[in-house]
Design a protein around this ligand. Structure first.
Ligand code: TYM
Length: 332
């Protein structure tokens, strides 16, 4: 069976609709057909300096949400990245095989560095994609289900895998990104030209899975729509309406053209009300299950420990090969 792996950063108190549609829903489906590894990227999260209390809370919330959405501990290995020490170890090895220029070309690094100001960006932001490559290569993943914003990082991962294999002998599987086009980039409700993002969207632009239904409804009713009154998908001229249509389509399974036909002659108001309903219906059970899982921290931590054990076994095996390939002496 092919192996899949992906991660999510615990950088907010809830994940948002973009995370859900762009990535996590695919994870739930893929655990049925693949050998699946999913993790909470807490090593990545410290690049933006959360307080220890925030990090602890967000790591547990993220884990609870993933189980709540349908990640099944029987079918998937779900773990916390920092529990598996090999992620940090392989990052060092890969950084010694990465060019400065190559790392500096990563657009997400450039964006984040620009936002934090010229010289105040940490070195961790710079090596962030190399840690991501280590995450993927440790598990010999064949496919990595992600949103479009991660595509460049997967490209780098592929390049680093090929380079290592050439320099030191076949070691790593070269992974493929798995990106669903219709949901690869869910837009910010207030700025449909930008992606919905934990770090850069305004609270009005982002739909958190744990938001109250009333707040969700308000945000959707106030979402930026476009000139005209027709509910049709037109990414160029109607990015706001197109975004809502894609969301509704992804959540209901109704193709976009069928939705367009249904809203022919109706204004934006009716359409948005129905989108709001679809979203609150989808989020309610996730919220309920998340709260239940969070109520028993000991059990949640135990589930994560099971995941960490399984993940560690695989990571350790890869790292043994890597050490040998590099010429590190075995410890006697
Ligand atoms: P993160 O935590 O920012 O996002 C988690 C996943 O959600 C996707 N996503 C979106 N998809 C569609 N529309 C959006 N608006 C949207 N916003 C986010 C992301 O593409 C991602 O798939 N670096 C990664 C975490 C990571 C990782 C990995 C992923 C660490 N190591 C190894 C894959 C493999 C990140 O910051 O994702």
């Amino acid at each position: 069976t092919p192996r899949v792996l992906s991660g999510i950063q615990p950088t907010a108190d809830s994940f948002h609709l973009g995370n859900l549609l762009g990535a996590v829903r695919q994870w739930v489906g893929m655990q049925e057909t693949h050998e699946a590894f999913w993790f909470i990227a807490d090593l990545h999260a410290i690049t933006v300096g959360p307080t220890p209390a925030e990090l602890r809370r967000r790591t547990r919330v993220s884990a609870a949400q993933l189980f709540a959405v349908g990640i099944d501990p029987e079918r998937s290995t779900l773990f916390v990245q920092s529990h598996v020490r090999e992620h940090s170890e392989l990052t060092w090895v890969l950084s010694c095989n990465t060019g400065m220029g190559e790392a500096a070309r990563m657009t997400q690094f450039k964006d984040k560095a620009a936002r934090s100001g010229e010289n105040s960006a940490g070195v961790g932001l710079f090596t962030y994609p190399i840690l991501q490559a280590a995450d993927i290569l440790l598990y010999q993943a064949d496919q990595v289900p992600v949103g479009a914003d991660q595509k460049q990082h997967i490209e780098l991962t592929r390049e680093l895998a090929r380079r290592f294999n050439t320099r030191y002998g076949p070691t790593f599987t070269v992974p493929e990104p798995y990106i669903l086009q219709e949901v690869e980039r869910i837009a910010d409700l207030q700025d449909p030209s930008a992606k919905m993002s934990k770090s850069s969207s305004s609270p009005q632009g982002i739909l958190d899975v744990l938001d109250e239904p009333g707040s969700l409804r308000k945000k959707i009713m106030r979402a930026v729509t476009d000139t005209g009154s027709e509910v049709v998908a037109d990414p160029e001229n109607k990015p706001g309406v197109t975004n809502l249509l894609r969301i509704q389509s992804a959540l209901t399974g109704t193709p976009v053209p069928d939705l367009e036909a249904r809203y022919a002659g109706e204004g934006y108001g009716t359409f948005k009300k129905e989108v709001a309903q679809v979203i609150t219906d989808a989020f309610a059970p996730i919220r309920e299950r998340t709260e239940k899982l969070l109520a028993d921290e000991a059990e949640l931590d135990r589930m994560l420990d099971v995941g960490a054990r399984r993940a560690s076994a695989v990571a350790r095996e890869t790292m043994e090969v890597v050490r040998d390939r590099l010429g590190f002496l075995p410890r006697r």
